[in-house]
Design a protein around this ligand. Structure first.
Ligand code: SAM
Length: 297
């Protein structure tokens, strides 16, 4: 966790110098103040070694906003609400949105060929309502949620008789807007099995862009949400929480997992990234795989 200092007030921070039209790097005190602000608002830990990276990213924001110094930009940033487009643009600069459909193929094989058929049998045998709720937490541009929808459509017989609710959430407003469009480039589509691509996506004319078909889109909803805060939703049968915990320190990780665990239904599952080291924080869940945990009934 970044040490909290009084440096979130910039009064003692020297103004950055302009060298040949380029601003110098943020000072150590400025770095600390930005890191504190990011940590307080998002739980994301930015290490002091990222000074060059942060400086480069900040320069882009200065160019775009016309604000002249790191100090003035910080003052401006501090006043913005999480839904402000400039806060979001800043957030986009400091987070990675890397994602693609069917990322971690072994997990999707398990989801399609094991989890979904077992879930359907369980619902039928126990005469439960035909209903499945899935959370794609930190969904970025929606690739994971749309992957869930394509798997569900292909693996659940007579899926139109089911109530399928796939909720994608991300802290990035822009990411969520893009997710709602359900449009993907060729790179994002590269691991989609060909039969599913043909059935559930259509290629936009004259562009190497794929659009999820309406029946796939209709299973999903997307909303902005910070994982450091509880999500107001009913429990989910299965939650995907992948490739996001890496941004957090131990304290934030615990908070995020507490928020996520609170919405795993009894007997429900949590899918984590393959190497995210969550087992210590999931001791109250049953470990089925290093990336798969079940909440006891
Ligand atoms: C690398 S992407 C992972 C996308 C997807 N889960 C996957 O595995 O392909 C990480 C996402 O985490 C989001 N994120 C970072 N901090 C967050 C927070 N505090 N709350 C919610 N989302 C956050 C970022 O905006 C980014 O879209």
């Amino acid at each position: 966790m970044p040490t909290t200092t009084s440096s979130s007030s910039w009064s003692d921070v020297p103004l950055p110098v302009s060298v040949g039209g380029h601003l110098e790097q943020v000072s150590d005190a400025q770095m600390q103040a930005y890191a504190d602000l990011i940590y307080r608002r998002t739980g994301i830990h930015v290490s002091p070694q990222k000074k060059t990276l942060l400086s480069n990213r900040l320069r882009r924001r200065l160019r775009n906003t016309g604000i002249e110094s790191f100090e003035d930009y910080f003052k401006h940033l501090k006043k913005l609400s999480p839904s402000d487009p400039e806060w979001d643009a800043f957030l986009q600069e400091i987070t990675t949105h890397e994602t693609y459909l069917f990322r971690d193929e072994a997990q999707w094989d398990w989801f399609r060929k094991s989890f979904l058929p077992d879930f359907v049998s369980h619902v039928q045998d126990a005469h439960l309502p035909k209903r499945l709720r899935v959370w794609s937490a930190a969904c970025s541009t929606g690739d994971e949620a749309i992957t869930v929808a394509a798997c569900v459509a292909s693996a659940i017989p007579n899926v139109s008789a089911w109530k399928i609710e796939i909720v994608g959430t991300d802290i990035g407003v822009g990411a969520v807007e893009q997710a709602r469009s359900a449009v993907f480039g060729e790179r994002a589509m590269r691991l989609v099995p060909k039969d599913l691509q043909q059935k559930y996506f259509q290629m936009a004319k004259d562009a190497k862009i794929w659009q999820a078909k309406p029946e796939i889109k209709a299973m999903t909803t997307f909303r902005q949400h910070n994982l450091m805060e509880p999500l107001r939703e009913r429990p989910f049968d299965i939650t995907f929480l992948k490739n996001v915990l890496i941004y957090f320190d131990a304290t934030s990780k615990r908070k995020v997992l507490d928020n996520v665990k609170a919405l795993v239904a009894p007997g429900g599952l949590l899918v984590a990234g393959a190497a995210e080291g969550v087992s210590d924080l999931l001791k109250d869940f049953v470990r089925i795989q290093p990336w798969l945990y079940q909440r006891p009934e």
